[in-house]
Design a protein. Sequence first.
Length: 64
Amino acid sequence: MVIGMAAVLSARIHAPFTAIFLVCGLTNDYTLFLPILVVCLISKYTAKMIYPFTVYSYSTSLSK
């Protein structure tokens, strides 16, 4: 569940290290740091290939 939470956040905002430290900080457990790192990097680049916009860069004027 923790790894999935980090992967979704990383894919959505295209910021894997932010997702890693937020999730590890919320759970107060850094034992899953390396698996979370791998999953976050994979999810970020997969999301970037599918849809290049993040929640911060998307504009409704771009979709028209």
